[in-house]
Design a protein around this ligand. Structure first.
Ligand code: DSN
Length: 415
């Protein structure tokens, strides 16, 4: 991918952009939150809509000249409604975290209580971590996954909700390999009269394609990012019932944002159009079967997986039982040398620091976009296992690097 226009003005940035495309081509993106959007989505994101201010909503803007902005945003909304079956959708949040922020602004008062999954068990910063503004502005307690099973401790969550009496329970996770039981969380919320926010950032595409149960129509609010498994333009969105529509829209603007990023909303609309096709359903199904193949092979190679497998797009391996002296960071860094890019991750019952945790998180959305099959994923799992076994062995790293080259050559990207 050439950046000739940029090059004429700014060769340093052109070099970096071209090198980034090369990096994505020549490496395997296994970061579970990343994907490779289509050139159509990127085309929309680099359109003249980047110039346009469009505060307000379609048909009700504070600025003139919003005719095309209205067309684009309305299409994004309509397509999102079709994909997820929501009554009301706001596509303006700049990210998934800001989508969550909009819900807190719409539904809570400072000091209200939030019950959410602990970050080290697979939660997210924006769910109330003490280092995030949410932890500062609200009283937050965390529920956990069961250390033994790796599944959300739904019973513990229910008991904690009864004691803590939260105003909101947050579900939906960043490093959770299993299907979330939305109804059980809703029942815990109903029992204490709490609102329920389901953050499906990681699994938007799986939910849209019916590969994961949907919380829409169960939880009061459903938030997501739009560039992960759904593979659309970068950003976030909020879905809710009509009763919350006005409060959510007001929370987004004027509550927390000014002008929407209309070029990104165009990218969301284009990606949503792509996701409404049968091809996308096939893609989402393959994301899951590829993750299952990866999980199976990693287990055959002696790695212990949190929850013993996966129902989703990601696998979380706990290195402690099989490789007590190897950390997630050791593996992340060694794999990066070979061209495999994933992230070290905390695991339930974490005993190390979040900067050098005990696990690795492996996701299949991006390699599935490149056309990887289940067999390819087993090969990738072997590469990972080889490096976990010998992260400092140069011969092993060289052999894995060669396999990565073969895999990237046979699955070209952005030709
Ligand atoms: N950074 C994303 C992830 O990797 O899960 C979440 O925001």
């Amino acid at each position: 991918m050439q950046h000739d226009q940029v090059r004429q003005v700014d060769p340093e940035i052109a070099d970096a952009l071209e090198a980034e495309t090369e990096r994505q081509r020549d490496t395997l993106t296994l970061i579970a939150s990343e994907n490779h959007v289509s050139e159509a989505v990127m085309d929309a994101q680099s359109s003249t809509l980047t110039n346009k201010y469009a505060e307000g909503y379609p048909g009700q803007r504070y600025y003139g000249g919003c005719e095309q902005a209205d067309v684009v945003e309305q299409l994004a909304i309509d397509r999102a409604k079709e994909l997820w079956g929501a009554e009301h959708v706001n596509v303006q949040p700049h990210s998934g975290s800001q989508a969550n922020m909009a819900v807190y602004i719409a539904a809570l008062e400072p000091g209200d209580r939030i019950l959410s999954l602990d970050l080290t068990h697979g939660g997210h910063l924006s769910h109330g971590h003490h280092a995030n503004f949410v932890g500062d502005h609200f009283e937050v307690q965390h529920y956990e996954c069961d250390d033994e099973t790796g599944y959300v401790d739904y019973e513990g969550l229910r008991e904690q909700a009864e004691q803590f009496e939260p105003d909101m329970i947050v579900s939906g996770y960043s490093a959770y390999p299993r299907e979330v039981e939305w109804e059980r969380i809703q029942a815990a919320a109903d029992a204490v009269d709490a609102l329920h926010l389901a953050d499906i950032a990681h699994i938007t595409g799986l939910v849209a394609a019916g590969e994961h149960a949907s919380p829409v129509g169960i939880a009061d609010f459903v938030t997501g990012s739009t560039h992960k498994t759904i593979r659309a333009g970068r950003g976030g969105m909020v879905m809710c019932g009509e009763e919350w529509a006005e409060a959510v829209d007001k929370a987004v603007i004027p509550g927390m944002q000014g002008g929407p990023l209309m070029h990104n909303i165009a990218g969301k609309a284009v990606g949503f159009e792509e996701a409404l096709t049968p091809e996308f359903e096939e893609y989402a199904a393959r994301v899951v079967t590829n993750a299952e193949a990866m999980a199976e092979r990693l287990q055959e190679r002696g790695l212990e997986l949190v929850s013993g497998g996966t129902d989703t797009h990601l696998v979380l391996a706990d290195l402690r039982p099989s490789h007590p002296d190897t950390t997630g960071k050791d593996v992340e860094e060694a794999l990066e040398e070979t061209g495999i890019v994933l992230n070290a991750n905390t695991v339930p019952g974490e005993t190390r620091s979040p900067f050098n945790p005990s696990g690795i998180r492996v996701g299949t959305p991006a390699i599935t976009t490149r056309g990887f099959t289940a067999d390819d994923c087993r090969t990738v799992a072997d590469c990972i296992a080889d490096v976990v076994d010998a992260p400092e062995d140069e011969a092993v790293l060289a052999a894995v690097s060669e396999t990565v080259d073969e895999l990237t050559d046979s699955h070209p990207l952005y030709e």
